[in-house]
Design a protein around this ligand. Structure first.
Ligand code: ADP
Length: 422
């Protein structure tokens, strides 16, 4: 029933009352009595609505007219709300059940960093217990400095990986995301098994490379002796022995690079930090190249004298790999540019060549071990396919990023970007 028809009804009642009152000689009294009756009726209906609202779980009373419509609408809204609430509750309990059964730890904290909920897995990972620790500040309960620094640092783009040394050494990864009103959700994962497997793989590659070196040295030794006096050899053997020596030398450089890579990967960096003078390192490499490759032109721009905290041999091998690639993959008349400079808040070490360049589709995979753009060309240049993998590992070990830019037919540039403070 809408407002207009209600007004119409009241007007009709008043008109009827006025006519009746006029007939009996007192229209005003008749109108007043009618209005009082209408108001009384409304007050009665209102009190029924109020009574029902005290306990809206009950079925609403049968009321005719405007109040009945109002009641029906309230009842409908209320039922819809109840259904939505039940749906939400079942979603929440479904999510809680799935989080609770996860092997990874899940913690929800409010905007002040206090624990709201956590699953059972967190007990063994972070030592938290639910519901006992609800409301406690997370950083008061987890004592690891790395964890607290990460949690309070508010920079969650990258996950935190850290190691706890308890009864056994464990590697944990923590990922944090914001949700709702500045609340945070933490996922904690134990990746100790993965680290162990990676260590086994690294040790295996290192050990195999090491074991293969001795027999290979013997083989190349004998081959060198045979080939030092080719006159004493039957002519049919000379070509075969030369090829054997060439391949043995290739294998030697491969083993050398593999050993170097596994050493860089397993280096305990804190013990081996020096201040490396990059300008001096680049000058040294330029001078070495001038001696070994006198026909090549190297342009060296040293626009910064910043020193990088790290390992000299590793940085030397990374830049040397980049320079060797620039030499290998460009022709003798192409100039090679090396720059060391500061831009904004970072330091850039760039090796640029004007060789054939690399198709963009190869760039994401270029630093993978043994990935080659053109196998025949790489084998001809004597590459091992490990050079850029070494560069990437050295960069990561020094907190630097490797940026590769290239255009087919125009050349390539490889840049190590060191953050300030490195
Ligand atoms: P390799 O020992 O084969 O040179 P790298 O890991 O150093 O191995 O390089 C991987 C591949 O990237 C190379 O095989 C080559 O195809 C490509 N590459 C590296 N540097 C350059 C460059 N400066 N110009 C063109 N291609 C390059």
């Amino acid at each position: 029933m809408n407002g207009f028809s209600i007004a119409l009804r009241i007007c009709f009642l008043i008109a009827m009352a006025a006519i009746l009152g006029w007939y009996y000689g007192s229209p005003a009294l008749a109108v007043i009595i009618t209005l009082t009756c209408v108001l009384g009726f409304w007050a009665y209906q209102l009190s029924r609505v109020q009574d029902w609202l005290q306990d809206p779980e009950q079925k609403p009373p049968d009321i005719y007219g405007m109040w009945g419509d109002l009641l029906a609408q309230i009842y409908l809204h209320q039922r819809k709300n109840k259904e939505a609430r039940l749906r939400l509750q079942s979603t929440v309990s479904y999510l809680q059940d799935s989080f609770a059964s996860m092997r990874d730890g899940v913690v929800m904290v409010d905007q002040h960093g206090a624990i709201k909920w956590c699953n059972a897995a967190v007990e063994s990972l972070l030592g938290l217990r639910y519901p006992e620790d609800t409301g406690q500040t997370l950083t008061n309960l987890v004592r690891e400095p790395e964890f607290n620094e990460y949690f309070l640092g508010d920079q969650y783009a990258q996950p935190l990986e850290y190691c706890i040394v308890g009864d056994a050494k464990r590697h944990l990864q923590v990922q944090i995301t914001y949700f709702g009103a500045s609340e945070r959700l933490l996922f904690v994962r134990d990746f100790t098994a993965l680290v162990r497997m990676e260590q086994i793989r690294r040790d295996f590659v290192g050990n195999v490379s090491h074991e293969l070196r001795t027999p290979l040295t013997v083989i190349t030794g004998y081959l060198g002796t045979f080939l030092s006096d080719t006159a004493a050899l039957p002519t049919a053997y000379i070509r075969a022995l030369e090829q054997m020596e060439q391949q043995a030398q290739r294998m030697e450089s491969l083993l050398k690079d593999l050993l170097w890579l596994s050493r860089i990967e397993s280096e305990q960096r804190e013990d081996n930090l020096d201040l490396v003078n990059i300008s001096a390192l680049l000058q040294e490499l330029r001078d070495e190249t001038a001696t070994n490759e006198p026909e090549r032109t190297i342009e060296l721009v040293l626009a910064s004298d910043h020193q990088v905290s790290g390992n000299y041999r590793e940085l030397h091998s990374a830049v040397s790999n980049l320079l060797n690639n620039a030499i290998k993959y460009s022709s003798a008349e192409d100039v090679i540019k090396i720059r060391w400079e500061q831009r904004d808040q970072q330091y850039f070490l760039t090796v640029q060549d004007y060789g054939p360049g690399i198709d963009l589709i190869h760039l994401p995979r270029l630093t993978e071990r043994f990935y080659r753009v053109d196998d025949s060309r790489s084998s001809a240049t004597g590459g091992t396919g490990l050079g850029l993998a070494i560069v990437k590992h050295v960069a990561a070990a020094h907190g630097a990023k490797l940026l590769i830019e290239s255009e087919l037919g125009k050349g390539s540039s490889f840049t190590l970007i060191f953050p300030v403070g490195e």
